[in-house]
Design a protein around this ligand. Structure first.
Ligand SMILES: [Zn+2]
Length: 280
């Protein structure tokens, strides 16, 4: 018999393409339910090579109560693509299982719950089902109590914001390119380190996010300005502190909470200050 565990994990919930709106680039992080089998996340078990998974469980596409019924075999997933007795274990956050889901056939007995014929399947033409494994069997009591706990967690915390950070950014159109040429790239990129914390909930992530925001703000102060107030990059040892703070932004376990222009500009800074070896 396999062991089933559920937990809350961060979920990068970008409501808009790239999270760009009204002159702000935002990264909004909520929480979603993760299901693990014998300590292995479903997404890893299913062979999708993703650090931040792009597929979610039915707890994020249905109400928690509906998802629980579906995963216990008491209700059918509300989409024709999902055949009777099948359940989507992972699917697109929009809820359309036909876009590519990890499906299993659910067999419930008095003693056990079985996921049979785990496979990735979609309704794309010429995309055959990809088998993942034949069968995973759970004690029925353990399965039911784990998923009931998942429904409770999802009800209480699912979709609730854990962090919402943003920086100034504009559409990458012609006007922006002209502005960048006129102001200089460094001056333009500095705004990406001026992070506005719209929301930061209490939780195990909070101290690290505070540290990231501090490092980012430090970068703004560390970059010297000339007599006209224009920023310029220092050379040699003066660059050390800038490199150190840029590395903190890029290498943290909570980096995914930073707006993407901040990460991109931290990478850009490193490239300017640390020319590729051989050319230094
Ligand atoms: Zn979708």
């Amino acid at each position: 018999m396999a062991r089933i565990d559920v937990s809350l994990v961060p979920w990068n919930d970008a409501p808009l393409p790239l999270g760009l709106e009204d002159g702000w680039a935002s990264t909004y992080v909520t929480q979603r339910i993760e299901i693990s089998v014998d300590g292995v996340r479903l997404i890893d078990l299913a062979g999708a090579d993703e650090v931040i998974p792009t597929r979610v469980t039915p707890f994020d596409t249905l109400t928690p109560a509906e998802a629980l019924e579906v995963l216990l075999g008491q209700a059918q997933y509300p989409e024709d693509f999902v055949r009777r007795r099948d359940v989507p274990l992972l699917l697109c956050p929009c809820g359309e299982a036909a876009e590519g889901s990890l499906l299993a056939t659910l067999i419930v007995t008095d003693e056990s719950v079985c996921w049979e014929k785990l496979r990735w399947e979609s309704d794309w033409p010429d995309a055959p089902a990809t088998p993942v494994c034949d069968v995973i069997q759970f004690h029925r009591d353990e399965y039911t109590s784990a998923l009931t706990a998942a429904a409770r967690l999802s009800e209480e915390f699912g979709g609730r914001s854990t962090s919402f950070l943003r920086v100034r950014e504009f559409d990458p159109g012609l006007r922006h390119r002209l502005l960048r040429r006129w102001r200089g790239e460094l001056a333009d990129r500095l705004k990406h380190f001026d992070i506005h914390v719209v929301e930061l909930a209490d939780g195990p992530w909070k101290d690290e996010v505070d540290r990231l925001v501090d490092s980012s703000m430090n970068l703004v102060g560390l970059i010297p300005r000339d007599h006209r107030g224009e920023p310029h990059l220092p050379a040699g040892s003066a660059a050390g502190e800038i490199i150190r703070h840029a590395m903190i932004l890029l290498e943290s376990t909570e980096s995914f909470r930073l707006p993407w222009p901040t990460l991109e500009s931290a990478q850009w800074l490193l490239k300017q200050l640390r020319p590729p070896s051989g050319r230094a």
